[in-house]
Design a protein around this ligand. Structure first.
Ligand SMILES: Nc1ncnc2c1ncn2[C@@H]1O[C@H](COP(=O)(O)OP(=O)(O)O)[C@@H](O)[C@H]1O
Ligand SMILES: [Mg+2]
Length: 282
């Protein structure tokens, strides 16, 4: 279910149409969480700290790369991260330290998506992740984790083959809880809970942060995190089986909630139209 046509609200939409309970976020959270450009705009509108960025369409890049380069260099400057708007697992993502590498990163990103996010790169970033689970009034942020260091950035290979297990984020070397201050932990957990509520999340999500010295930036939300981030809840006394039970419960509750809303609205407007009453259009 990772990625497009699974994590992005499409399958969730099918479930809604078929009235099938499902354990991940609804359509809004899933779609916003998949699109790095819209996601950042939402974080920004919430007053959360995000890295400066611009975006462009593949067509713009293909028609007039010099203007895109000029805009990126003026508003952001090297080093920059270039990301396809709708992918994950570091696929198609590149770091550009100069114009030549920027062109290359743009070509790669443009081969994966129609829309591209260009963002300031943090040198020697520290990544901190925090999961959150719940539904409606129940919002439970997890402990924070710090994945182990890496060369440039956490690549697809790092995420899925490091540790030799091929088990995704679960097998990656990490520190739990992350070695950050209690104040920073609380701030990250609060941001995570705020994002969970704003995107109307359900089930388990994981919000990823980038630390640059003492400054924290929200990087992204993963609405179907690898292994449901169970390893962040286990040390809090929530074993995997209890987490799965919770997911099923949230799914059932969401369907029950949906059935409480009215989807019909009575009006005699059509009768009036049929019987010749003049409808005045404003
Ligand atoms: N602006 C940035 N500065 C430094 N490192 C970054 C930046 N953006 C992403 N990274 C690195 O690249 C990795 C993948 O980027 P991310 O935005 O998380 O995309 P994905 O959806 O593919 O996980 C991150 O885990 C981080 O290691
Ligand atoms: Mg990521």
């Amino acid at each position: 279910m990772h990625g497009m046509h699974g994590e992005d609200g499409t399958v969730q939409g099918l479930c809604e149409l078929a009235d099938i309970p499902y354990s991940s976020c609804g359509l809004v959270g899933s779609a916003v969480g998949m699109d790095k450009i819209v996601m950042k705009a939402v974080f920004q509108s919430m007053g959360l700290p995000v890295l400066p960025s611009i975006y462009c369409y593949r067509a713009q890049w293909q028609q007039d790369p010099d203007t895109v380069i000029a805009r990126a260099e003026e508003t952001i400057g090297y080093p920059m991260f270039v990301k396809p708007a709708n992918l994950g697992s570091s696929i198609g993502i590149g770091k550009a330290t100069d114009r030549e590498r920027f062109r290359h990163a743009m070509e790669v990103a443009a081969s994966f998506d129609r829309r591209i996010l260009i963002e300031r790169a943090v040198e020697k970033p520290v990544e901190i992740n925090c999961a959150c689970m719940g539904f409606e009034g129940e919002v439970l942020p997890s402990l924070c984790e710090q994945p182990a260091g890496w060369d440039e950035f956490l690549s697809f290979e790092d995420k899925y083959t490091r540790g030799g297990g091929g088990k995704g984020m679960k097998s990656l070397a990490r520190q739990v809880p992350a070695p950050i201050s209690a104040e920073m932990t609380a701030r990250i957990q609060n941001y995570t809970a705020d994002i969970f509520r704003m995107l109307e999340c359900k089930g388990v999500v994981r919000v990823d942060y980038i630390l640059e010295a003492d400054t924290v930036y929200v990087n992204e939300i993963n609405t179907i995190p690898g292994s449901f981030a169970f390893y962040l809840y286990e040390p809090m006394g929530v074993p995997f089986s209890a987490l799965v039970d919770k997911l099923v419960l949230y799914a059932q509750r969401a369907l029950a909630q949906k059935r409480e809303s009215s989807y019909a609205f009575s009006s005699d407007i059509l009768n009036k139209a049929i019987s010749g009453t003049k409808i005045i259009k404003k």
